[in-house]
Design a protein around this ligand. Structure first.
Ligand SMILES: [Zn+2]
Length: 226
């Protein structure tokens, strides 16, 4: 079966990865505008690098959980496209060979001058030169608020061709993730939401499994992989 899965913060939360909470606009006591926008980076690149250096260290210490591992198992039985909004590498370390990171990755560095990409050092600093053009413009390869998510053409195609679309641990409120379930449904896919609570986009899903990802995801995968 052709299955497209979108994962969000809820799948990594149980591995101890903390994230942005829409309710108060804060992320680890930092304002989103300061640490997750191009304007914030322009104002204070040192602060932004310190913030992502900490996120990178936290992600390196975290371990993939049963939900990450279950999706690796799903890929061995089905034609799976795995899309994540997460910037950690827990899917990869949980055994998933191919992951589409629509919001970038903590493991990547990007030159804001020439667009060159390279593997991020564990600790990045503002004067770090770009290995391609030499300008001191290295930034984390993360899609910030106000920027366009990566790989959208490939993502829409995977959603369109899916027979089954699943959203896991995502509130579905952040564009364009919100539109993916709707698009899948219009193209004839069965849609399922696996989440701690029914999301704001609940009506776009024909099935709901409510509970922690480490419980509901392995159960769901078990049903698809006899
Ligand atoms: Zn460059």
């Amino acid at each position: 079966m052709r299955i497209t899965v979108l994962t969000g913060a809820g799948i990594s939360a149980e591995s101890g990865i903390r994230t942005f909470r829409a309710s108060d606009g804060l992320w680890e006591e930092h304002r989103i505008e300061d640490v997750a926008t191009p304007e914030g980076f322009h104002r204070d690149p040192a602060l932004v690098h310190r913030f992502y250096n900490q996120r990178r260290a936290d992600a390196a210490r975290a371990q993939p959980n049963a939900a990450h591992r279950a999706l690796a198992r799903l890929a061995r039985h089905h034609d799976l496209t795995l899309i994540t909004q997460n910037v950690d590498d827990l899917h990869e370390r949980g055994g998933s060979a191919e992951v589409i990171h629509m919001h970038g990755s903590l493991l990547g560095a990007l030159c804001s001058g020439c667009g060159h990409r390279w593997p991020a050092a564990l600790v990045m600093r503002p004067p770090d030169p770009c290995p391609a053009c030499g300008q001191p413009l290295a930034r984390p390869d993360i899609v910030w608020f106000g920027e366009i998510p990566y790989h959208m053409e490939r993502i829409w195609q995977a959603v369109e061709s899916a027979e089954l679309f699943a959203a896991i641990g995502t509130s579905g409120q952040v564009y364009p993730a919100a539109g993916l379930a709707q698009h899948a449904r219009r193209n004839g896919a069965e849609t399922i939401e696996l989440n701690l609570a029914a999301s704001a986009a609940a009506r776009d899903f024909s099935q709901h499994r409510i509970g922690p990802a480490t419980q509901v995801v392995p159960q769901w995968v078990q049903g698809l992989c006899p």
